[in-house]
Design a protein around this ligand. Structure first.
Ligand SMILES: CC(C)(COP(=O)(O)OP(=O)(O)OC[C@H]1O[C@@H](n2cnc3c(N)ncnc32)[C@H](O)[C@@H]1OP(=O)(O)O)[C@@H](O)C(=O)NCCC(=O)NCCS
Length: 145
């Protein structure tokens, strides 16, 4: 999804994000701003929305990109997450990443298992103002991904 992408894709991305990260919902305007700096993708199976992903490009000395995959609960465990992850990881490396990180809400057990199974280890956890559920930052240590 590019900054000039249609509103339908933008609201689809928003829907998936806000269903999964219900404690930190984003407005359409906030997503528009993010779409200028991040690669935001909404993923469909046929016409059905199944998930969305975020690739934050490297902006530090280590060339760290952040890759986040989200699949709607009703479409999980069918391989969509794996497919989206492979594509997002390729995008991150294409745009110059040398280090890959992700962030998972601590309550998303499937997300934590997915990240750990793909070689990520926890590097930080923090609670945003007004929240009670921590976010966990993880870094890819297995370069085979
Ligand atoms: C993490 C997440 C993206 C995984 O999405 P998904 O579409 O369920 O992922 P996959 O289907 O590729 O894999 C999930 C499991 O289903 C299994 N699976 C895949 N295809 C399958 C099939 N056809 N039949 C049965 N099981 C299947 C996989 O082997 C995997 O099993 P495991 O958990 O025992 O390792 C999803 O749970 C999610 O959005 N979580 C919340 C957001 C989050 O925390 N994201 C993590 C940040 S990267």
């Amino acid at each position: 999804m590019r900054p000039d992408g249609g509103d339908a894709v933008l609201t689809d991305w928003q829907h998936v994000h806000n269903v999964i990260i219900a404690t930190e919902p984003l407005s359409v305007e906030e997503i528009r701003v993010r779409a200028h700096r991040n690669r935001l993708t909404a993923t469909y199976h046929g016409d059905t929305l199944v998930g969305c992903s975020t690739v934050r490009p490297p902006a530090d000395d280590r060339a760290t990109a952040t890759v986040i995959i989200r699949v709607l609960p009703e479409h999980r465990r069918q391989g969509f997450g794996e497919q989206m992850y492979v594509e997002a990881l390729a995008t991150a490396y294409e745009i110059g990443a040398r280090v890959i990180e992700t962030v998972v809400l601590a309550s998303n057990e499937e997300g934590l298992r997915f990240a750990e199974r793909h070689g990520y280890v926890e590097i930080d956890r923090y609670i945003l103002d007004g929240d009670t559920t921590p976010f966990i930052d993880l870094r890819l240590t297995d370069t085979a991904g």
